[in-house]
Design a protein around this ligand. Sequence first.
Ligand SMILES: [Zn+2]
Length: 311
Amino acid sequence: MTTALFSHPDCLQHVNPPGHPEQVARIKAIEAALANPIFDGLDRRAAPLGAEDAIRRAHPKAQIDAIREVIPDTGWARIDPDTTASPGSWNAALRAVGGVCAAVDAVLAGEVANAFVATRPPGHHAERANAMGFCLFSNIAIAALHALETHGLNRVAVLDFDVHHGNGTQDVLWNESRVHFASSHQMPLFPGTGAAHEKGAYLQIRNVPLRAGTGREAMQAAWEGEILPWVKEWTPELVLISAGFDAHRADPLAGLHWTTEDFGWITHRICDLADDCCGGKVVSTLEGGYDLEALADSVGLHVEVLMERGA
Ligand SMILES: [Zn+2]
């Protein structure tokens, strides 16, 4: 078995204004890193366009229509101070949804051991009725609901190690008892949610805020001490990762001090969880990460670990 890599050139056509940190160059840096021969064993697949039916599980029709209608013919349409749409944003957003849903399909079908989805725009800030924080649709929550509704799963875990809280994922899944959502994130920081007392309608959400300036020790305590045992006890049938790499010490948008090696460690620990609970079934999708060199190195190590664990 191997690791699948889902991507699509359409994801280069979602273009933010000059100087915006969520830039096309992020995908190019990742592609360059994954061109190394050590990644020749990846099962490289094109991310399909996501189905509107799948998106409807997370977002009301009016919100989907609003995104479609805001896409400009030229230039940019501003959705909020951080979030813009360009002419290519609609197809890019559908590839980001479709890639992670197809990755779920491939892993659950046993075609591959695990998968990484290198798409953009990211998704974990997109709430049910509110695109924000560089995100248009809630990619990972859509994938979790896709796994429940089309594959008949009953327990899906969504783990988010992006430095920002996945407020959108939390919003979409707040009333969903069949998904456990756990996140570590810097706090206080955008978007302002993610306090430990935010636990979901079924106590199925676990938020572990981390203080600015902390690094490996606090990260490992959060994951080994709190998140991973809590998820393991629930024995998920599939593990999804909101893989943001902006907790890296080099990242310009935040103040945690994780190293590239820390992303290898956390990937191993999540694979341990998946090995214990569900035959190693892991689907990881790109969220943040804005220092191009740190992003490329960290994604490279993340995928290298997925390949090692999926072999
Ligand atoms: Zn982030």
